[in-house]
Write a protein that binds this ligand. Structure first.
Ligand code: PRP
Length: 212
């Protein structure tokens, strides 16, 4: 039997994912050892492997078949645009992708202005403004603390994740438009889905049932 390999997005999501996997009998003792510097963990009995990767790399590992199954946020899936199957919404980390900014920036979204949009998600922002709103904008890629951009005058609005809304509120910004709902998803390599159909389908089905 060949190994089925899981790529998990490092951090809180991986910890929660491992808890759910354990409930459906998919366990990996090795990965729980926090002191370990190992990158790949094996369950020989079940013929499973696991590795932790940077979230934005998970769709890449899955597209190329280096991992059969991945668990990663919908934001990353949309931004990376990889050829992978998205098979299950596991609900964790529910939040929204939004256009946000100071309340008076709303006017720029209705009159087709050539505005600057700061974001960690240039592909999502481009797709939303160009294909949905048919508005030409300048996308400015940032790597974090996106809310700073309209405050210091780098951009008129931002495209970013809003979870509780606290970061926006505490910085005098608000949601101007909602782009889409986000949460963690299970993704599968297209070829693995065919050659390991029975084992992978069972994992997805078991996960789906436990999450109900
Ligand atoms: C995310 C996101 C917002 C914040 C939203 O940032 O980019 O800044 O969380 O959460 P809230 O609505 O509950 O306030 P993250 O903490 O991941 O760090 P980053 O700013 O470096 O992207």
């Amino acid at each position: 039997m060949r190994y089925i390999t899981f790529a998990l997005a490092k951090g809180r999501l991986a910890i929660k994912t491992l808890e759910v996997l354990e409930k459906v009998g998919i366990t990996c003792e090795e990965i729980k050892d926090k002191k370990s510097r190992k990158l790949i963990f094996v369950n020989e009995e079940l013929k499973l492997k696991f590795f932790l990767a940077k979230a934005s790399d998970v769709p890449t590992y899955v597209e190329y078949g280096a991992a059969d199954i991945g668990v990663v946020g919908k934001d990353t899936i949309l931004e990376e645009g990889r050829r992978i199957y998205e098979v299950l919404d596991i609900g964790f980390g529910a939040c929204k992708m939004c256009v946000a900014g100071p309340a008076d920036a709303k006017k720029y979204l209705n009159n087709g202005s050539l505005i600057r949009v700061a974001t960690k998600y240039p592909n999502i922002a481009k797709d939303y403004f160009y294909n949905n709103k048919h508005q030409t904008v300048e996308i400015i890629k940032l790597n974090g603390s996106i809310e700073l951009a309209p405050i210091v005058g780098l951009s008129e609005v931002i495209v970013d994740i809003v979870e509780t809304g606290a970061t926006l509120r505490e910085n005098g910004l608000e949601i101007l438009e909602e782009i889409c709902d986000l949460s963690a998803r299970v993704v599968v390599n297209e070829v693995s889905m065919k050659i390991e159909h029975d084992r992978i389908s069972k994992i997805i089905k078991d996960l789906g049932e436990i999450l109900k």
